[in-house]
Design a protein. Structure first.
Length: 437
């Protein structure tokens, strides 16, 4: 309450009450209680003995005209005080100091001239830049391979502190200039083949949404098993070639040797030597010219690629062999024909076999000597033409055939030679009439 509402104001209020309520200051109108009680309550709030400063006259103060707002009390004796207004009442210039009316203490106070500054909007500081690289992992079934074998790559866990798995890219560099892009989920294992010797670094690169890169690596060592040696590099068809294998690694389970002519031999998985020769290709045709020999090794990681074992050159043979049947000195005697002999020569690849036909005629009967070393009678030209020769392997240019059960009559011996280059000799034939034992 304003400190200027002291005892002089109390006299005014009491005088107004005694006068029947006329001229009551609006600030002390009836608020539902007795007017005297309101005034008394207001006065009790003032601090006693506090001097009231003189009001400063103001040109803007308006003194309201008295109105006939006095309400005649109801029969119950209650005086109705008119509603207070917002107009400040200035006392008449009678020398009595009038304190400006107080504001209605029962209502909401008018805002003062001071304003509370509005709080500045709250802002969340931006997150720190993502500088943490993602992490990736992978596994391989082995780090040591033979050339041509395949390493199995299996993708492991990939993680990042901010980026989701689908936002992380995954790339594998195989160390041989090739790469593969991996799926974020359901990535199957990859079988990667290395076709040459060396050390190859497999690198898994993972990159998150912020561009941070993480890497994981493993080194694969690729070698070639075995060492090969040939005893000759230029040879004729049919000429033996000796092959020596050493340095067979532990764990080798199988070795396939390809001669280069369509024939493949399975050899034992150990150090060794073996021989072979060239004649016809497996699918037909005479072998000649440059031929590459290769081998394939096997272990628990599978097969190698075809490993180079060497190159040979099969020389071209342009000569025909020459074969001869030797006629014995006493050709009319049985004992001179117990063994048929002859010679064969060849300037090129050589002759693997001489083919000898032996037949006899006794009267009107015709017989041929079979490879089973037995005489067989034939009854027609077709049967005679179907008689098979005896294959004889020559040695140092000579050949021979033993003839069992020969009887008197006329003997015929025909011989033919074919060399390793399929050159055929001319026929050589002898005939003799046996009349004596």
């Amino acid at each position: 309450m304003n400190v200027r509402l002291t005892k002089p104001m109390l006299a005014v209020v009491v005088g107004a009450l005694l006068a029947g309520g006329t001229g009551v200051a609006p600030a002390f109108a009836d608020t539902g209680r007795g007017s005297v009680a309101d005034a008394a309550a207001a006065l009790e709030d003032d601090p006693a003995g506090t001097p009231t400063p003189e009001p400063t006259p103001s040109d803007t103060t308006v003194t309201p005209e008295p109105t006939d707002t006095t309400v005649t009390p109801e029969p119950s004796g209650t005086t109705v005080t008119p509603e207070p207004t917002d107009t400040t009442v200035t006392p008449e210039p009678s020398g009595t100091t009038v304190t400006p009316e107080p504001t209605d203490t029962t209502g909401t106070p008018e805002p003062t001239g001071s304003t509370t500054p509005e709080p500045s909007p709250s802002t969340t500081p931006p997150p720190a830049p993502d500088k943490t690289a993602p992490k990736g992992a992978f596994s391989v079934n082995t780090t040591s391979l033979w050339v041509g074998q395949k390493v199995t790559f299996t993708q492991g866990a990939v993680s990042d502190d901010r980026s989701a798995g689908a936002q992380i890219t995954r790339t594998v560099s195989w160390g041989d200039g090739t790469t593969s892009t991996l799926k974020a989920t359901s990535q199957p294992a990859i079988a990667k083949q290395y076709t040459k010797n060396g050390k190859f670094t497999i690198t898994l690169t993972v990159k998150d949404a912020a561009g941070n890169v993480g890497k994981a690596t493993k080194v694969i060592n690729v070698t070639t098993p075995g060492k090969w040696k040939l005893d000759k590099y230029n040879l004729w068809s049919g000429q033996k070639l000796k092959v020596t294998l050493s340095g067979v690694p532990a764990g080798t389970t199988r070795i396939s040797f390809n001669w280069g002519d369509g024939y493949i031999d399975e050899i034992k998985p150990k150090n060794q030597s073996f021989t072979g020769y060239y004649y016809h290709r497996r699918n037909g045709g005479l072998m000649k010219g440059r031929i590459t020999l290769r081998a394939t090794f096997y272990n628990k990681y599978g097969a190698t690629s075809a490993i180079y074992a060497g190159v040979v050159n099969v020389k071209t043979d342009s000569w025909k062999p020459v074969v001869k049947v030797k006629k014995p000195g006493s050709s009319n005697r049985l004992k001179s024909w117990k063994t048929v002999t002859g010679t064969v020569t060849d300037k090129g690849s050589g002759v693997p076999y001489v083919y000898v036909f032996v037949s006899r005629i006794s009267g009107s009967k015709v017989y041929c000597y079979t490879p089973q070393k037995k005489w067989k009678r034939v009854y027609s030209d077709d049967e005679y033409n179907n008689c098979l020769p005896i294959s004889v392997k020559p040695a140092k240019g000579k050949w021979s055939v033993k003839v069992n059960g020969l009887q008197k009559g006329t003997i015929y011996v025909d011989a033919l030679a074919i060399d390793w280059s399929d050159h055929q000799s001319k026929w050589s034939s002898v005939k003799a009439k046996i009349t004596k034992s």
